[in-house]
Design a protein around this ligand. Structure first.
Ligand SMILES: [Zn+2]
Length: 302
């Protein structure tokens, strides 16, 4: 039902945040995106990944153009327009889940196994990370994780209803034990992010799942995160064309194209020795051979 809102993004959002873009080629495009997308910049050098460092404090009184923001239950700010375009609960993310499984299948990397994909709050990601015994870093927020352990996860089961002043009231969550007989029990992704960012994180985590399910174990961390970033980047690339869907309003398609370019640029220029260097190394190998050949190489190098 809410799926129809995913592609609808108020173009004013494009002007929101410029501080993150000064060092990128987007400086000239005046492209900037959601608070949620830009809550941080650099990913940490940890496994299971897609972490962002919390950067500038997001104060309501400093918001550009006097726009109104809502605070999500876990303390993140989101502008009202993004609130409508964001993927807010586990139900809403399922079409994207299917889409990304099809994307992998289209690359001859079909993921046969079924596992949960749950949207969760920041705190739930942190807890899951602790249970997976992955070290966390101070000031780092995780955006997605691929779980191998059976554990209880509290997920966002229903987008928060909007109360007075369009502020969300509460959040409907439910706890469940994620269990699986395969190497992946669930993928968790932070709720409330724009569809394109959610999809990129999901593609990245899905690649971790693919590797585990296909016996790629004890891989070099740089190569593993690198290939996962490559898949995230490839999915974004596929959205460049999807975004030109004529059924979308032109300005929305324009916004999405800019967001795709922005996210791709972030991946390509990421200064992290794991995610950034890993992407560049693996992407170079993919470009000079193929994805399948690169996977063979990664197994060999592992
Ligand atoms: Zn990762």
């Amino acid at each position: 039902m809410s799926w129809v809102f995913f592609g609808i993004v108020n173009v004013s959002v494009v002007m929101l945040v410029t501080y993150q873009l000064l060092s990128t080629r987007f400086q000239t495009q005046e492209a900037s995106f959601t608070k949620a997308a830009l809550t941080g910049t650099a990913m940490s050098a940890k496994r299971n990944c897609e972490r962002l460092e919390v950067s500038l404090p997001l104060k309501k009184q400093n918001t550009p153009m006097g726009m109104n923001y809502v605070m999500l239950g876990d303390g993140r700010w989101l502008c009202l327009e993004c609130m409508e375009s964001a993927v807010m609960d586990t139900y809403e993310v399922q079409p994207l889940h299917f889409e990304i499984r099809e994307f992998f299948e289209g690359l001859n990397m079909k993921i046969e196994k079924e596992f949960h994909l749950l949207l969760v709050e920041k705190e739930a990601l942190k807890k899951a990370e602790e249970k997976e015994k992955i070290d966390s870093q101070h000031g780092v927020v995780i955006r997605g994780i691929c779980l191998s352990e059976n554990q209880i996860v509290t997920s966002v089961s229903e987008r928060p209803p909007m109360g007075q002043n369009k502020q969300p009231i509460g959040l409907v969550t439910e706890s469940q034990m994620v269990v699986s007989e395969c190497e992946v029990t669930a993928i968790l992704v932070l709720y409330g992010l724009p569809r394109l960012l959610t999809g990129y994180i999901l593609a990245h985590e899905m690649m971790h799942a693919y590797l585990r399910l296909n016996g790629y174990t004890n891989l070099n961390k740089v190569l593993e995160e690198g290939i996962c970033q490559v898949l995230g980047h490839m999915w974004l690339e596929s959205q460049t064309y999807a975004s030109t869907d004529a059924s979308k309003k032109r300005e929305c398609a324009g916004f999405e194209r800019k967001l795709v370019e922005f996210l791709k640029n972030k991946i390509e220029t990421d200064g992290s020795p794991v995610y950034g260097a890993g992407f560049r190394k693996v992407n170079h190998t993919v470009a000079s051979s193929s994805l399948q050949e690169t996977l063979k190489e990664i197994r060999r190098w592992g």
